[in-house]
Design a protein around this ligand. Structure first.
Ligand code: GLC
Length: 823
């Protein structure tokens, strides 16, 4: 179909110094790519896949190149795209089986449509793509020839349709819907407080998922330099996307569902690796566990209090003077012994590593990096220095492949000592002079024999440190899945590390903010993420901690962490009733691991985040767009956390479908706004009808009493649903050879008198270690007359308090159909 694109430029609306592209000539049209030239610019529009286009503007004769820290190098099969139209027509179209890029030539403007007739991402008629005069970037680092080296600031203006809403944008402050906001992409270690006024934190992912009219599209600006999205803020009729230096390269995802957009985005930038299973359990951390004795005391306290915890985090206190890859032997005299003891208690231990390397002639790491010339440089050629935790530091040039490989190798000693995973911190990089600053724009990086200024690559520094770490762990311990957590990152970070959202505060506001923050991260490709539960800065209290844990147990990464000198916030410190409530919730987290692992595998394979906004499966439901104080964990569970003190009731929006209140079993029909009663310990939690929730043992450490079955919890209701269970060895890579087990579970209420549960054929060669599957069907109004597996009668038990039937099924790998008949 054709869409009308404008032909004239109205200078009245052009921002000062902005030069919109003028008339374009066609240079070549081939293999899914249209190359164009205007006066001083080259533009390429490429169809990479039926629902994926790339548009690039190389101004002032800059070379055409798509080098990227985010996008995986690969060949896309764009040849199937059809190119029609000629220079005389004034319009060229590039069509795939699903979508068309409409390129109008005078002036050059680009818009998109799909086979359903929807138009989207249409260039603003007046402004389109263009560049801004002004050499601010060059002036910052005082270099000549800014056009050639750095390029000018570049932008693309798109029309904004009134019903469009913007989500994603990576790690953000404030709410879920970013419409009407101006987003900055520049990684910083922000001052304490994380407020809506400063929306950029430690991570930059210049990607937005746009939802409107029941359909989605996505926009990714591939630039690790300072970038901005103006999302219908300056002008309600248009949005702009810009980078301060380099080239304007953007990827346009045509959807049409949020799931489709995320699938392509992660195919482009990389999938989240499968985590080691141990890392899904509860974790405990604190800046200020200062001695081995204290760490061991904390570990034992978890066991004494019967509170699940699988991972302990060692903050910088373990190091000798905050020197990376060292131990303070006065406070941690026998690290190996401590880690063996922790393992025996059932803990994995993760150690922090900071980006800054202490300047110290007696420190082997410092000397080695300096002698091999692996640190970031000043323009004068000396190693750039600034202060971080250890005092004066130098900074590994992670842009340089040689540095990455050297850094990765350093982890050997930590692994030999028994460390299970690595926590990369201060990698924006964060500097203390002045406080909360980052590297000056003129610092020099060596990239494949070329030089780059820091301002050109700033946002990628944290990702590259994470990449160095992950690749190092993979080389050193190839049989195990690396566990790497990072504070900073750029688009694509999900393939190197999971993210935590840095130094939040122990406030109700930050509990509330975390709900939208993790959803937007998930919508930006980072499905594996979490916030510091209980809050980092400031003192928490029993109620805040318990409420935070009530929702924190659904976070893909579940860890309690706090700052030095704050009140301790381990789950038992506030006494009763909090200790018992935290214990119950954290045991529930452990039980959820088979479900979470199933979701992780989906995320790994398809890019679907674990935490999903309510509109994920209902993009046509515009009431869901504004709900940023609720979240879906997979498709099964809806969590509506309490975000204020002293409150037991809150409004909840339930999207379409039949839902059951998890604690009372009350049945509710969505879409509906309801008032939920959520006393402490019973968060507003709803489960979808007919969908199986796999639940494992509440405790997983060695010596703990474990169940020898897996429960599939179901709430049958009229209709049917399909759900999944994925299992494998939980570590290593045998699943790639097919050693995994995946099966579908279909639950249908076929007529009022029959419930049928079909366990599909088990795919893969992995045999789960357990005695049986336990089907638990809740909220049944009567007891069944019979429960049959084919011709065979199955035994069952009825539990009147939950109105539930429990059936034990001997698991096979073939299809099993269990039929419950009622009178
Ligand atoms: C940074 C980290 C925080 C850590 C502290 C000390 O502030 O964000 O998690 O505890 O440094 O290492």
């Amino acid at each position: 179909m054709d869409i009308t694109l404008p032909t004239d430029v109205n200078n009245q609306v052009v921002p000062t110094g902005y030069n919109a592209l003028g008339k374009a000539r066609i240079i070549t049209c081939e293999r899914g790519k249209v190359r164009l030239a205007t006066d001083a610019e080259n533009v390429e529009v490429t169809a990479l896949a039926p629902d994926l286009f790339r548009v690039a503007l190389f101004a002032h004769g800059r070379a055409i190149t798509y080098d990227s820290e985010a996008v995986l190098a690969r060949e896309w099969d764009g040849e199937a795209a059809r190119i029609s139209g000629t220079e005389e027509d004034g319009v060229v179209s590039l069509s795939t089986s699903f979508a068309t890029a409409h390129i109008s030539l005078n002036p050059l403007r680009i818009g998109f449509s799909d086979v359903s007739g929807r138009t989207f991402a249409v260039d603003d008629p007046d402004l389109g793509m263009g560049w801004l005069k002004g050499n601010e970037q060059a002036a910052l680092i005082d270099i000549p020839n800014p056009l050639g080296t750095l390029g000018t600031p570049l932008r693309v203006y798109k029309q904004h349709a009134a019903d469009e809403h913007y989500f994603g944008c990576g790690e953000r402050t404030a709410g879920l819907d970013k419409t009407g906001s101006h987003q900055i992409f520049w990684n910083v270690d922000p001052p304490r407080g994380h407020t809506a006024l400063q929306n950029n934190l430690y991570v930059s992912i210049p990607f937005t998922l746009v939802v409107g009219g029941g359909k989605a599209w996505g926009f990714f600006l591939d630039s690790p330099a300072f970038s901005e999205f103006d999302l219908a803020d300056e002008d309600a009729c248009r949005s702009w996307f810009g980078t301060a230096s380099g080239d304007l390269v953007y990827y346009l995802f045509c959807g049409p569902t949020p799931r489709d957009v995320l699938a392509r985005y992660t195919e482009l930038t990389g999938y989240t690796p499968l985590p080691p299973l141990w890392s899904l359990g509860n974790g405990q951390s604190r800046f200020g566990y200062e001695t081995a004795d204290e760490v061991l005391r904390i570990a034992r306290s978890f066991r004494e209090h019967d509170i699940p915890c699988d991972t302990l985090y060692l903050d910088i206190d373990y190091m000798d003077g905050y020197r990376d890859f060292t131990w303070d032997r006065s406070r941690f005299p026998d690290p190996e012994g401590m880690l063996v003891e922790l393992r025996a208690l059932g803990f994995h231990t993760v150690g922090i590593i900071d980006a800054g390397v202490k300047v110290d002639e007696n420190y082997w790491l410092y000397r080695e990096g300096r002698d091999r010339d692996l640190y970031c440089k000043t323009t004068e050629g000396s190693d750039y220095q600034n202060a971080v935790w250890p005092g004066l530091c130098v900074f590994p040039d992670f842009m340089n492949a040689e540095t990455r490989s050297w850094w990765g190798g350093q982890h050997q000693t930590l692994l030999d000592t028994g460390i299970a995973g690595i926590w990369c911190d201060m990698n924006e990089p964060a500097l203390f002079i002045p406080l909360n600053s980052t590297m000056p724009p003129g610092v020099i990086h060596a990239v494949n024999g070329k030089v780059k200024y820091h301002l050109q690559v700033h946002n990628a520094y944290g990702s590259l440190m994470s990449q160095a770490t992950r690749e190092g762990l993979l080389r050193l311990r190839p049989e195990q899945r690396p566990f790497v957590i990072s504070r900073s990152g750029y688009a694509g970070i999900q393939r190197h590390a999971l993210l935590w959202t840095g130094d939040n505060s122990s406030t109700w506001e930050h509990l509330a903010m975390s709900i939208a923050q993790l959803q937007n991260l998930g919508l930006s490709g980072v499905g594996w993420a979490g916030v510091d539960i209980g809050g980092f800065y400031g003192d928490t209290n029993g109620e805040l901690l318990t409420r935070w844990i009530e929702w924190g147990i659904f976070q893909p990464f579940c860890r309690n962490h706090a700052e030095k000198l704050t009140r301790h916030q381990e789950p038992w410190v506030f006494g009763e009733p909090y200790t018992s409530l935290c214990r119950t919730m954290l045991k529930f987290r452990q039980q959820l691991i088979p479900y979470l692992y199933t979701l992780f595998e989906q995320c790994h394979r398809t890019g679907a985040p674990l935490l999903r906004p309510l509109f994920w499966s209902h993009p046509e439901d515009s009431s869901a767009y504004t709900v940023d104080d609720e979240v879906l964990c997979g498709d099964v569970l809806l969590i509506a956390p309490i975000t204020k003190p002293g409150i037991e009731y809150r409004y909840v929006y339930l999207p379409a479908g039949t839902w059951f209140h998890f604690w009372s079993g009350e049945r509710l029909e969505g879409p509906a706004h309801i008032l939920a009663h959520a006393p402490l310990g019973q968060p507003a939690l709803y489960i979808q009808a007919n969908v199986a929730l796999p639940l494992g043992s509440p405790m997983s450490y060695v010596g703990a009493e474990k169940t020898d079955f897996l429960t599939l919890l179901l709430y049958p209701a009229q209709g049917s649903a399909i759900s999944y269970l994925y299992e494998d060895a939980g570590d290593g890579y045998e699943q790639i050879q097919g050693v995994y087990a995946r099966r579908t579970i279909i639950c249908e209420v076929v007529e009022p008198t029959t419930i049928r549960v079909t366990l599909g054929v088990r795919e893969g060669t992995f045999t789960p270690e357990r005695k049986y599957l336990r089907l638990e069907l809740r909220e049944l109004l009567t007891v069944p007359a019979s429960v049959m597996l084919g011709e065979k009668q199955l035994a069952w038990q009825y539990y009147p308090e939950l109105r539930s039937i429990v059936i034990e099924v001997d698991e096979g790998s073939e299809e099993q159909v269990i039929q419950l008949a009622f009178h």
